[in-house]
Design a protein around this ligand. Sequence first.
Ligand code: F6P
Length: 365
Amino acid sequence: MASASSSSPYRIGILTSGGDCPGLNAVIRGAVCAAVQRGWEVLGFSDGYEGLLSPVRYRPLTVENTDGITQLGGTILGTTNKGRFVAKVGLGQKAQIPAEIIGEAKETLEGLGIQALVCLGGDGSLTTSEQLFEAGIPTIGVPKTIDNDISATAMTFGFDSAVECVTEALDRLHTTARSHKRVMILEVMGRHAGWIALYGGLSGGADMILIPEIPFSYDKIAKEIRERVGDGYDTTMIVVAEGAMPKDGSVSVRGEAKGEVRLGGIGQQLAVEIERRTGRETRSMVLGHLQRGGAPTTVDRILGTRFGVGAVKLIEEKKFGYMVSYQNDEIGAVPISEAVGQIKKVPPAGQMVDAARAIGIVFGD
Ligand code: F6P
């Protein structure tokens, strides 16, 4: 375990929690540089909140040892998305972190002289930081998720990189689909919100986009495919979010881990139903964790860096219990409690869906 002197004028901690996401390292770099400029010290905790518990794991982060990380995917600190700090299960079901766990985390931070803890995480991990704040730990939240489903911020870093990955996959699938005159289905991430499917599908030239916010009908989809064939289009590209579901059905579940359902399988289910109804040869593929991996896009590097700097400014202003947010090209702040209250979903009658429909994209409703 690294040691750090408690005579430092200001010492902050930073950790990354939940599923990883391109841009996390850009936030770390932004926060470290902004903090060091103010003469502060930064300790990076390993494996999310778990690093706060025995055996405590952290290391000092400096301008030198974070040099060159902005362009790296993943997180140099490691992360945990199931652990002892679970504060939310599924969609909106709050869970109380055990008092002894919070107590131990508090002792660790006090022992190290940490005056503020920057927590990078999605909806669940931000709910954890809110509970820690309520227990007297000065936390600052930084919203992270490829799903882009956190309220009170127009965008999260990681989303653009995931969309880029979907776009590239569709570009590749188009050529093989055309050659074989097939229906091609791409299942993408998005448990509760269809942002990745919507943006990726639009940019990658999908003919149909199926999202959790707009339940679909197998019959409508089959009818559309038959009509397309009649119009001379013998391939159909479909992007489906893992959380999409038929009107009279439910989400496809792959399994369960610690009370959290793991979604998956809707793409294959769709392929079976389409072949049965239309007789068209259909293939489906799951893009999976490729969407979370790899280097962040320019947009995510910049947004991540700005969030990191923004988090340090919030500490300076002593706005604990707040989360950095992005609105109208400005980095602002909102109470974490406001952001984790509800998931940001795609508005079915919003401009993006409207634009997609305007160019002939079908939502299967
Ligand atoms: O929160 C992002 C997300 O990518 C979801 O869309 C997906 O369901 C989930 O993470 C998968 O997480 P993991 O397989 O790492 O537990």
